[in-house]
Design a protein around this ligand. Structure first.
Ligand SMILES: [Fe+2]
Length: 378
């Protein structure tokens, strides 16, 4: 059966041939990184610079652009991509020449139904503001827009690039935020950025997919974790009522191309979601997972990026000459912004420090540590 609209995860391609072997009319995918043009100029940022070598080839492609890489090669290069999309009649959402332009919803008309798509991402390098264009940062405007669009459209999809990259479990704060959008009238929340499939749920009258995973990437670049090369695909059928089918797609490579196809054997994925979704639904378990994970992430990279790794005494011993001459530690504002802007980083710092200072009580449990060891990667 041909899906009317497929919602997919991250598209990040290198120089390969790619084949999307799916049955559908329209495909909404997160386009993680722009195509590189001649006069591109990398922005200053923390984290890798990513560009896409290929556009997805599908009957009708819709690109979600609000992500942490679409502006990596500069605003000019992003605008060159927009011109190319226009020429190719490729629809897109989540990027604009101004703040209001970046927040503009995309309206699709499929089978006499009006479907609104809102695109946004967690705050990070390249977001639009009152003085410049860029990618749309998530904020209270989403609720206002959902309420407004509810009167004009049959369905609303909120597509968001954000959340924890390292875990199949979203933070409790992310869960509460996405649920508030469903409560306001959204039909589906399509999360991406996690690079591994995350928990999903039917909630109130809608569906929330916290992270779909990698839809199409070069397997060579993603060998580090066993869950990088498959994803959740949401197949939508606009019948009298909306029919939602949750599929699993696999990325495979042969001599000639990298392909994305529906999984033939779903046993492995069923097992995965039995563990992931049941722990997500158990509020206490989710809280314990998040507490344990935030402490581990804090030790792994949080305190290093915030330059909290050395005590002043150790700094004095290490840099004795400098210290004697002048007490000075140069702050790395790029890393500070990287840690304080992204909700997932900022909330990790908050949660870890709240446990470490004794504000929040938490005791590590073997069972939770084992879950994190088996299902998270960092
Ligand atoms: Fe991302």
């Amino acid at each position: 059966m041909t899906a009317d609209l497929i919602l997919a995860g991250d598209w990040a391609t290198t120089k390969q041939n790619y084949l999307i072997n799916l049955s559908g009319e329209n495909l909404l995918v997160n386009f993680e990184g722009s195509i590189k043009y001649k006069n591109s100029k990398q922005i200053r940022k923390a984290g890798p610079i990513i560009s896409n070598s290929n556009l997805p080839e599908f009957k009708n492609v819709i690109l979600h652009l609000a992500n942490n890489h679409f502006t990596d090669l500069g605003f000019r290069n992003a605008l060159d991509n927009i011109s190319m999309f226009k020429k190719k009649r490729i629809k897109h959402v989540g990027f604009g020449k101004s703040l209001s332009d970046s927040r503009k919803e995309l309206i699709l008309n499929i089978k006499n139904k009006k479907i609104a798509i809102i695109g946004c991402c967690e705050p990070q390098f390249g977001v639009s503001n009152i003085n410049r264009g860029g990618v749309a940062e998530v904020g209270p405007w989403i609720i206002d827009k959902i309420i407004k669009l509810k009167k004009q459209c049959d369905y609303i999809i909120v597509s968001i690039h954000g959340g924890l990259e390292t875990s199949p479990w979203p933070m409790p704060e992310t869960r509460d935020l996405y649920r508030s959008w469903i409560n306001a009238g959204a039909s589906i929340v399509q999360g991406h950025h996690s690079h591994i499939p995350q928990a999903w749920e039917k909630y109130n009258k809608g569906y929330i997919f916290y992270g779909l995973g990698n839809f199409c990437v070069d397997p060579e670049n993603w060998k580090d974790h066993k869950n990088n090369l498959w994803s959740i695909g949401i197949e939508l059928f606009f019948k009298k009522k909306l029919v939602v089918k949750v599929k699993n797609y696999e990325i495979k490579k042969n001599n000639k191309f990298v392909s994305v196809t529906p999984a033939k054997n779903n046993q492995r994925y069923k097992k995965y979601f039995n563990i992931v979704n049941s722990n997500f639904k158990n509020e206490k378990n989710l809280e314990n997972i998040w507490n344990e994970l935030s402490l581990q992430l804090f030790n792994f990279f949080g305190k290093k990026y915030m330059q909290w790794t050395l005590s002043p005494i150790k700094i004095q011993a290490k840099n004795i000459v400098k210290t004697l001459l002048k007490w000075k530690i140069k702050p790395n504002y790029i890393y500070y912004y990287h840690m304080l802007s992204l909700d997932s980083h900022r909330i990790m710092l908050k949660n870890a420090t709240s446990i470490l200072c004794g504000e929040k009580s938490f005791r590590s449990k073997k069972k939770i540590k084992k879950l994190i060891k088996n299902y998270c990667y960092f």
